[in-house]
Design a protein around this ligand. Structure first.
Ligand code: NAD
Length: 244
C-alpha cells in the first residue's frame, strides 16, 4: 500500500474521524484484549473469564473479585500517550480531524491533547457512587485499594464509569459518534479487532470512499476499507501526519 497516497488523503481532510480501540494503547504498554499478548490469553486460568469478570452482574455480586481484576489488569496510571495519540492530537490542532471515537477507557487521547474524544465505553478516570451518585476520581480508586472503594459521602460502593458487559452505551455519546462518523470526509479506523458491538458496527455509518484501516490483524470490516495498512499504528500515524 502506498503510504504517500494515504498521507495525501489525510492531509487533505477537513473533518476526518478516527475510530479506535485497545490496539492504539498497546505501544503505551497497556495490553489489548485479543492480540497474542492480550488480556484474553494472559488471563487464561483465572477463576472466571475476563468477559465475566468485566460484566455488570459480576460487579454486583462479586465486587471484591471485580476490583482485584480491574485494579490489576485495567488500571495503568503510569501509562503515557504514544505516537498514535500524539499524531491524532496534531491532526485535530491542524483542523483536519473532527473527533476521536474510542472504545478505550484509559484517557490517553485527552492526555495527548485531543479535545473532542467520544468515549464509547467510558473512562477509568470517572467513578461514581452506586448509592448517592457522588463522583470520585481515579486517584481515589487507586488510593482506596486494595478492596472495594467506598463512597466518601455515604459509604456506598463506588463503580468505575466504564461500560461493563451487560450494560448499555451512553445514548448521548453514541449519537454524537454516529453523527461524527456519518459526516466524516475520511474515516481512519485502527487498533481494533472490530468485534465488540455495538461499538464496531458504528463504522457502518460512514458512507464515503476514504476508509483507512490501520490494524495488525484482519478485521470483519476489511472489505469496506479502501486502504489497509497492517503495521504499528503509532509508526503509521506518525508517517501520515508529520510535516513535509
Ligand atoms: P481488541 O483487543 O479486540 O483488538 C485490538 C486490535 O488491535 C487487534 O486486532 C490487534 O491486532 C491490533 N493491534 C494491537 N496493537 C497494535 C498496534 N500497536 N498497531 C496496530 N494494531 C495493533 O481491542 P478492541 O477492538 O478495542 O476491543 C476490546 C475492548 O476492550 C474495547 O471495548 C475496550 O473498551 C477494551 N479495552 C480497552 C483498553 C484501553 O483502554 N487501553 C485496553 C484493553 C481493552
Amino acid at each position: 500500500m502506498n503510504i504517500a497516497e494515504i498521507r495525501n488523503i489525510v492531509q487533505a481532510a477537513r473533518k476526518a474521524v478516527f475510530f479506535g480501540g485497545a490496539g492504539v494503547s498497546t505501544e503505551s504498554r497497556i495490553p489489548d484484549f485479543r492480540s497474542a499478548s492480550g488480556l484474553y490469553r494472559t488471563a487464561q486460568g483465572t477463576a472466571y473469564p475476563p468477559e465475566v469478570m468485566l460484566s455488570r452482574p459480576f460487579f454486583d455480586t462479586h465486587p471484591e473479585e471485580f476490583y482485584a481484576f480491574y485494579r490489576a489488569k485495567m488500571l495503568h496510571p503510569g501509562a503515557k500517550p504514544n505516537d498514535a495519540h500524539q499524531a491524532l492530537a496534531k491532526l485535530e490542532r491542524e483542523g483536519r480531524l473532527a473527533a476521536v471515537v474510542t472504545q478505550n477507557i484509559d484517557g490517553l487521547h485527552q492526555a495527548a491533547g485531543s479535545s473532542r474524544v467520544l468515549e464509547l465505553h467510558g473512562s477509568v478516570h470517572r467513578n461514581f457512587c452506586t448509592s448517592c451518585g457522588r463522583s470520585h476520581d481515579l486517584a481515589y480508586v487507586l488510593e482506596s485499594g486494595p478492596g472495594v472503594p467506598a463512597c466518601t459521602a455515604c459509604g456506598g460502593t463506588v463503580k468505575p464509569d466504564v461500560v461493563l458487559y451487560g450494560e448499555n452505551l451512553d445514548p448521548g455519546v453514541l449519537e454524537a459518534a454516529v453523527q461524527a462518523i456519518a459526516e466524516a470526509d475520511v474515516l481512519i479506523v485502527g487498533g481494533t479487532s472490530l468485534t465488540v458491538n455495538p461499538a464496531a458496527s458504528l463504522i457502518r455509518h460512514y458512507s464515503g470512499n476514504r476508509l483507512i484501516l490501520l490494524n495488525r490483524e484482519a478485521t470483519p470490516y476489511d472489505d469496506r476499507a479502501q486502504y489497509i495498512v497492517r503495521d504499528s499504528i503509532g509508526g503509521v500515524l506518525r508517517l501520515l501526519t508529520e510535516g513535509e
